[in-house]
Ligand binder design. Sequence first.
Ligand SMILES: Nc1ncnc2c1ncn2[C@@H]1O[C@H](COP(=O)(O)OP(=O)(O)O)[C@@H](O)[C@H]1O
Ligand SMILES: [Mg+2]
Length: 221
Amino acid sequence: MTINLSSLMSKYEPKKLADYTTFNIKTMTVIHGYPKGTLTRPLLLVGPAGSGKTQLAKLLAAEIIPDMTPYDIRFVDAAEDPSVKMIKSISQTVHTYARNAQNLRVIILDEAHDFTTQAMASLKGLMTKFPSVDKGVFFILTTNHLSGISEPVRDRCLVLDVPATTVDDVLPMACRVLDGESIPYAIDDLRIALTKDSSGLATFRDMWGVIEDIITRKNMR
Ligand SMILES: Nc1ncnc2c1ncn2[C@@H]1O[C@H](COP(=O)(O)OP(=O)(O)O)[C@@H](O)[C@H]1O
Ligand SMILES: [Mg+2]
């Protein structure tokens, strides 16, 4: 049977916040501080493409409170609609009742640097109305261009750096997938394949590319 990459990704991608592992202590403290209730401000995840910001935002949204429902999470890709109309529509969402007992909604603003100046100003207004989780809205913003986020919006957020991932971060996941699918590999070759250059950096996106190559080669045999 041929295995396809998207089914593999959905099978092995982290499903829970607890599956999200990183060697970065600050990241761990922050992402577990929200469900505990010790952190309540909007969260701005900043880091290079492929570092896992969107993934982290979704996992955190789902677990911010125990009875969070998918209906109470709104995912907005600013790259798709950067207009002020989008922020207006979010503002309508947050004024309706949520389905969880705490009446909390999560708004994920992915690639938030893409919002227009007007949208950014309107977002600032909305964040001023809902400055913290206990006021009923948890904003999670992601960006790889911090300078594209207006200062008033930045100031209202806890800014968390999500550093670029390294070969050591992605290697265990690659092994888990290949072991899980009983695909043989040599660990040294795998490490080399995952290493793009001498920087030691490697993204999960690259890792899936490497896995796809290995599977394709296996299927050709
Ligand atoms: N900790 C992780 N473990 C496994 N896969 C991950 C992890 N973080 C990210 N990924 C995967 O890497 C890819 C890129 O992650 P993504 O969240 O889209 O990055 P970003 O938003 O920073 O560009 C996605 O396929 C995602 O599922
Ligand atoms: Mg992203």
